[in-house]
Design a protein around this ligand. Structure first.
Ligand SMILES: NC(=O)C1=CN([C@@H]2O[C@H](COP(=O)(O)OP(=O)(O)OC[C@H]3O[C@@H](n4cnc5c(N)ncnc54)[C@H](O)[C@@H]3O)[C@@H](O)[C@H]2O)C=CC1
Ligand SMILES: O=C(O)C1=N[C@H](C(=O)O)C[C@H](O)C1
Length: 264
């Protein structure tokens, strides 16, 4: 039985993780943190009251509940502090929160290695995106032109999405095809992630909505593939795969994609 603590227990994803932890037999809900605090975790998750309250002080909550694994779906604003706290406490962590710059993730990787920690820092737990990443790794070398476009609700905290960066990083060699266009409007060709142009579009889409489109090009051929997710429930299967797998990783391991976990 894995004792699980959920950071971001009142959020779109966190609430579903709490609910799933309550329902599953292989996991025991140890506790939860959210900004608001004070609410019953069962009520937050839409089930019967559990008598287990969400806390608004993460350090206190973790000390009181002694979890085996912490899952984090909070905010980029606190991600750095949360990762430091999990490291300080030596906790196995599954983190879906995005928005940490790559140079900082490199420092996190060093800390994980030096302190013998186990961390899954995965920008997208959805099946479709993970399949596309595997596909890009396999075929990307055949396509010199690559572009990533992502669409999210106007309320999305960051641009680009963490997933857009992950998709860009999946293409070996990035986008090497020559583009002659001079940017008359600075940035109009997109930001650069791992040598791949990335474009973000924000619209008032209702509810959790996530769309990623990757376009690959070579002479006389364009290959376009897109994944659209309409609910945060698409992430649950992958999150719990990581929850089950993180404790079995060798100490000092940082995992960035679901595919890095051994097949179950
Ligand atoms: N890796 C993945 O597959 C996915 C990642 N995400 C990412 O996960 C994060 C959370 O997403 P949602 O659940 O949609 O967010 P949300 O806004 O619905 O929930 C955020 C949660 O974190 C807490 N929180 C917010 N700001 C905070 C702060 N400053 N300090 C402490 N706690 C704070 C809130 O109380 C709430 O419980 C975002 O970074 C999002 O991009 C979202 C979906 C899938
Ligand atoms: O905030 C979201 O909604 C999402 N965030 C993740 C990201 O930043 O990539 C995953 C997905 O795009 C939904």
């Amino acid at each position: 039985m894995i004792r699980l603590f959920v950071s971001g227990a009142s959020g779109n994803v966190g609430r579903l993780v709490v609910r799933e932890a309550i329902l599953r037999r292989d996991v025991e809900l140890a506790g939860g943190f959210c900004l608001e605090g004070g609410q019953d975790l069962g009520v937050l998750a839409g089930t019967d009251p559990l008598g287990l309250m969400a806390v608004s002080d993460l350090r206190v909550g973790l000390a009181a509940s002694s979890p085996d694994v912490v899952v984090d779906f909070t905010s980029a604003v606190v991600l750095r502090d949360h990762l430091e706290l999990y490291a300080e406490l030596g906790l196995d962590a599954v983190v879906g929160t995005t928005g940490l710059p790559e140079e900082e993730i490199r420092r996190v990787r060093d800390r994980v290695r030096d302190r013998g920690l186990r961390l899954a820092l995965i920008s997208n737990f959805g099946l479709g995106i993970n399949l596309v990443m595997d596909f890009l790794a396999a075929v990307g070398e055949h396509y010199p032109y690559v572009s990533v476009l992502e669409r999210h609700p106007a309320s999305m905290a960051n641009a680009p999405s963490g997933t857009a960066g992950l998709l860009a990083s999946s293409v070996p060699g990035g986008s090497s095809g020559e583009v002659a266009s001079r940017e008359v409007l600075p940035g109009v060709l997109g930001g650069n992630a791992f040598g791949v142009p990335v474009l973000s579009q924000r619209m008032p889409y209702p509810g959790p909505y996530s769309e990623h489109e990757v376009t690959l090009g070579r002479q006389d051929e364009i290959l376009r593939i897109s994944v659209t997710d309409f609910s945060s429930s698409v992430y649950l299967e992958g999150i719990f795969r990581a929850v089950r797998g993180v404790g079995a990783l060798p100490p000092g391991t940082l995992v960035r994609r679901l595919g890095e976990f051994p097949k179950e």
